[in-house]
Design a protein around this ligand. Structure first.
Ligand code: NAI
Length: 292
């Protein structure tokens, strides 16, 4: 209660970012979100038109309020980084101040500080990404690999770097990862498995650095499969959900809300000694050695 959260990577009501926003709102936090620039118009108009009202419902019957939606492209740190073709792209022309550094500045101007930073984004849904993510690592191009790391791993470093100065001491940051970082998950390609491995390693190093410098905790949630927009794009999500239901210790489908609730716990004072961890919210599938 009384906390303010910035959640990067919310553009509809299907993904983990939305569910985390809801769990934090239910716990009394004020919600700010960062939405990928090309998805901003549809998200804001859907919000306004009430398309998400059903899924905005909180346990007490009220509707989640999103205090402000910021356009964000986490692949760019500041305006000097933005290539000309993106600057002049008509999907970007209508928005301003959407690089990571500018968003952090805007949040600082608008609200002064935050308590919770959530990174719930992975490589964008552009066609180049879709082409890459379905590729085996052996067939991944250098540029595809670097793009995966840039959007899915460095984006967290950049967000934490620019937001840490305005995160109140005792605050928390959380990202989302996937077990393909540590076990072979055929089909999670294009360098995404590598990107998640980097994200998990960075979680430990950043926990040390941000802990010492800002008294901010850094954790990542290794989530089980969810039928989000991004996951549907990868293409094998139904198979992964069926595999988990068949083989995990808990034989039920994972709901986004379960991940949202774990994130609310990790962001709360209940988790005040937890930092640098990979926190599994996957019905226990990670603990299995063989499927039975
Ligand atoms: P999602 O599609 O709801 O979320 C991804 C979001 O990232 C989208 O809103 C997209 O617009 C945004 N995004 C992409 N590129 C961006 C950029 N350059 N700048 C700003 N925003 C950008 O999908 P989902 O699955 O909820 O993904 C959230 C996180 O959860 C990701 O890190 C994903 O890897 C992770 N995860 C997902 C699992 C699943 O089965 N869905 C399993 C384990 C982890």
């Amino acid at each position: 209660t009384g906390k303010r959260a910035f959640i990067a990577g919310v553009a509809d009501d299907n993904g983990y970012g939305w569910a985390i926003a809801k769990s934090l709102a239910a716990a009394g936090a004020e919600i700010l979100v960062g939405t990928w620039v090309p998805a901003l118009n549809i998200f804001e108009s859907s919000l306004r038109r009430g398309k998400f009202d059903e899924s905005r419902k909180l346990p007490d019957g009220s509707l989640m309020q999103i205090t402000k939606v910021y356009p964000l492209d986490a692949v760019y740190d500041n305006p000097e980084d933005v290539p000309e073709d993106v600057k002049t792209n008509k999907r970007y022309l209508g928005s301003s101040n959407w690089t990571v550094e500018e968003v952090a500045q805007s949040v600082k101007q608008d609200f002064g500080s935050i308590d919770i930073l959530v990174h719930s984004l992975a490589n964008g849904p552009e066609s180049t990404f879709l082409e890459q993510v379905t590729k085996p690592l052996l067939d991944t191009s250098r540029s595809g690999y670097l793009a995966a790391i840039s959007a899915s791993s460095y984006s967290f470093i950049s967000l934490l770097k620019h937001f840490a100065p305005i995160i109140n001491p005792g605050g928390a940051s959380i990202s989302l990862t996937y077990i393909a970082s540590e076990r072979i998950i055929p089909g999670y390609g294009g360098g995404m498995s590598s990107a998640k491995a980097a994200l998990e390693s960075d979680t430990r190093v950043l926990a040390f650095e941000a802990g010492r410098k800002h008294k901010v905790r850094v954790n990542t949630i290794s989530a089980g499969p969810l039928r989000s927009r991004a996951a549907k794009a990868i293409g094998f999500i139904d198979m992964m959900i069926d595999y988990s239901s068949a083989n995990a210790p808990l034989q039920k489908e994972l709901s986004a809300e379960e991940v949202g609730n774990a994130a609310a716990f990790l962001a709360s004072p209940l988790a005040s000694a937890i930092t640098g961890t990979v926190f599994y919210v996957d019905n226990g599938l990670n603990a299995m050695g063989v499927g039975v």
